[in-house]
Design a protein around this ligand. Structure first.
Ligand code: NAD
Ligand code: 3DD
Length: 509
């Protein structure tokens, strides 16, 4: 039973939402029509997610996640709904939020809250706190509500926001300090500090330490989240073991690459209807996501170049006939810009001042700081720039003092999803099949943590290659694949077991 928190606490900032409450869920639209739409799409998605459906068949009877209480912070999409209902099918209790203010598909959130056997009048699903178009204050209110779960013992994270909130809260309590919003270095950081300050004022100074102490481990979905975990591990501040799901080959070499290949142009087309053929497109960063993004744009016959810092990735681009350029040299000549670095300040306000009229700017990396949105907001404050909403998640930013616009006047640029990941802000993200591979890894990681977390110590590890190959096998049947089977002699000749693993740990696919 969830501990009864006070429900008369003051609202958090301008959300109108009591800081702590016993709300069983909060979604935008609890109606029959929305629930039916969500449920239908979940059913369709499951057919395209063979890895998850196979795990349900293989492990359903054994209930391997019985006793697991999983708090999830991952884009609340139809595909995530199938993941959630796989975790509960295997015995887990789950509470869920999205990890991005624009990525929730509201019909997915509604259907998850109602559940397969509930109704909108008597929801019997999973506590979910997510809706498309959350403010930052609402986003962090949702995340707090999901972690204020004393029984929580596992986390499933995407980008590390849930892990960060728990760690920061516990660190402040241990230091006997109250968060000071004046210490913030960004609008979002300020909201987090205001949240922590209000928790301290309304709930005391021993809220996060017990919660962290309960958490046995976290499985992390994405590159940037893994980077934050590795940073904490190196600093000696990580408080529970982590499984790095991103670096399962069947995650990052599929989701990050082929998922973005599908969903990048889907998002740009839905947002702008601009013809990409023949346009000059610049993808900044040529890692897994950048490679998929280049393929996505090239498939539309755009003329694609990249920027890179890494000579190996740059050489890979050259081998594919892709120009490697510097942003400063080309910014005034290109039509479309896509950041995919996981780094920050990749496209600055100064860059955007120099862009062509109506250049399209978007980010497919995890956080919005790849594009200097704060710098643009400052220019709006200073009266140098006007922000005009064309439609939700599509804005014209009109410069007042430039001359490359119509009739020598100010030019505009079109920024998608306010610099947040464009494929989930302006479209529905990756399709089900590729997310099935990612989420099969997530489910296996949660099962592993639930069974053996204490054996890991404080660490950041990946799943075994045997499990990675299992995930691949679970998806091959969709393609009528006939794998060749090694003979015993061949297996010993190349030094592998007949049924795998077929590659050494260091193999790069
Ligand atoms: P990656 O590390 O494989 O690739 C990032 C690349 O950017 C690297 O090659 C790096 O050398 C390069 N880079 C870093 N700083 C740069 C700079 N200043 N200029 C040019 N290049 C630079 O990471 P990835 O797996 O491709 O992920 C990239 C980002 O996308 C991460 O934030 C990740 O979390 C996110 N991601 C998003 C989605 C999505 O659906 N939108 C899916 C998976 C991952
Ligand atoms: N991501 C992309 N499409 C998604 C979808 N349809 N549902 C949930 C999450 C989705 C983001 C993932 O690629 C995540 O693994 C990441 O960001 O790495």
């Amino acid at each position: 039973m969830t501990k009864q928190y006070t429900t008369d606490s003051k609202p958090f900032l301008d959300t109108g939402l009591a800081l702590v409450s016993n709300l069983p869920y909060r979604v935008t639209d609890m109606t029959e029509a929305t629930n039916a739409f969500g449920r239908k799409e979940i059913d369709l998605a499951l057919h395209e997610m063979p890895g998850l459906s196979s795990l349900r068949v293989e492990f359903g009877a054994a209930q391997p996640l019985a006793g697991a209480k999983i708090m999830g912070s991952l884009h609340m999409t139809i595909q995530t709904a199938v993941l959630i209902e796989t975790l509960t099918y295997l015995g887990a209790e789950v509470r869920w939020v999205s990890c991005n203010i624009f990525s929730t598909q509201d019909h997915a959130a509604t259907a998850v809250a109602v559940g397969p056997n509930g109704t909108v009048d008597a929801p019997a699903g999973v506590p979910v706190f997510a809706w498309k178009g959350e403010t930052l204050a609402e986003y962090w209110w949702c995340t707090l509500l999901a972690v204020l779960w004393p029984e929580m013992n596992l986390i499933l994270d995407d980008g590390g926001d849930a892990t960060m909130l728990l760690h920061l809260g516990a660190e402040l309590e241990e230091a006997g300090e109250t968060a000071d919003p004046a210490d913030a270095d960004s609008d979002e950081h300020r909201v987090v500090l205001q949240l922590l300050k209000m928790v301290r004022e309304q709930m005391g100074d021993n809220v996060f330490r017990p919660l962290v102490a309960q958490v046995r481990g976290v499985s992390e979905e994405t590159t940037t989240g893994v980077h934050r975990l590795v940073e904490r591990l190196a600093a000696g501040t990580l408080r529970f073991p982590a499984i790095n799901v991103n670096d399962s080959v069947t995650k990052s070499k599929f989701d990050n690459m082929y998922g973005c290949r599908h969903s990048l142009v889907d998002a740009i087309m839905r947002a702008t209807d601009v013809m990409l053929s023949g346009k000059r497109a610049l993808v900044l960063g040529f890692g897994d996501v950048g490679k998929g993004s280049v393929q996505s744009l090239r498939a539309q016959q755009a003329k694609v170049s990249i920027t890179e810092i890494d000579p190996i990735c740059a050489l890979q681009a050259c081998m594919q006939g892709i120009d490697v350029v510097r942003m400063d040299d080309v910014v005034s000549k290109f039509d479309v810009f896509v950041t995919a670095t996981g780094n920050f300040n990749i496209i600055t306000a100064a860059h955007m001042k120099r862009m062509k009229h109506n250049a399209i700017v978007c980010n497919i990396g995890h956080f919005d700081n790849e594009i200097d949105m704060a710098g643009l907001e400052a220019m709006v404050e200073a009266g140098e720039l006007e922000k005009i909403e064309i439609k939700p998640q599509v804005h014209e930013w009109r410069f007042k003092n430039t001359t490359q616009g119509p009739n020598g006047g100010g030019h505009s640029i079109i920024i998608l999803a306010e610099g947040r990941l464009v494929n989930l802000g302006c479209a529905t993200g990756h399709p089900s099949f590729v997310m099935s591979a990612s989420f099969t890894n997530q489910t296996l990681a949660q099962m592993e943590l639930h069974a053996n977390a204490e054996s890991y110590g404080i660490s950041v590890t990946t799943l075994s290659k045997k499990l990675d190959e299992k995930v691949a096998r679970l998806h091959l049947d969709k393609f009528d694949v006939d794998l060749t089977v090694l003979s015993g002699e061949q297996a010993s000749y190349i030094g592998v077991d007949q049924m795998g693993p077929f590659k050494p740990e260091a193999y790069r696919y």
